[in-house]
Design a protein around this ligand. Structure first.
Ligand SMILES: [Fe+2]
Ligand SMILES: [Fe+2]
Length: 146
């Protein structure tokens, strides 16, 4: 269980860092100012998540380490191909929103699992941090659906 927990942390650490690199491109290519702003906010939150995940590592006495997350890599590539296949406008924006929702679902599923592991392992501080991120991801999800 502890091994699964640590592996999952490395995985999401990589994923959040990859997102901080991918989101600016999505922001630049979005047409609607609302969507651009929403992505900008999400980028700031994502940077915050990187820092909180580092605190989770620290709370379990481990050095923060990233391990390539193939799932997030695939989701980011999907987002890239939407940019290649569309031109600026509402259709591209809809594609960007769809890609962002998939990313959010992946994050929610992952943090939900990690929180369960932390709880089972009795890692109280880690659990608090993870629940904080999870709550933020769920808010992003709600907004992107409205
Ligand atoms: Fe996140
Ligand atoms: Fe997110």
């Amino acid at each position: 269980m502890r091994e699964l927990f640590e592996h999952g942390l490395k995985d999401i650490y990589w994923a959040e860092k990859a997102l901080t690199k991918a989101l600016p491109k999505m922001q630049k290519n979005a047409t609607s100012p609302d969507l651009q702003n929403a992505i900008a906010t999400h980028l700031e939150e994502t940077r915050g998540h990187v820092t909180i995940v580092e605190a989770v590592f620290e709370s379990i006495g481990k050095k923060a380490k990233a391990e390539k997350c193939d799932a997030m890599q695939g989701l980011i590539e999907e987002g890239d191909s939407i940019l290649k296949e569309t031109s600026p406008g509402p259709v591209r924006d809809a594609g960007i929103i769809a890609a962002a929702q998939k990313v959010e679902h992946y994050e929610i599923a992952t943090y939900g699992t990690l929180a369960t592991y932390a709880k089972t392992l009795g890692e109280k501080t880690a659990l608090d941090h993870l629940l904080k991120i999870l709550a933020q991801e769920k808010i992003v999800m709600k907004h992107s659906q409205s």
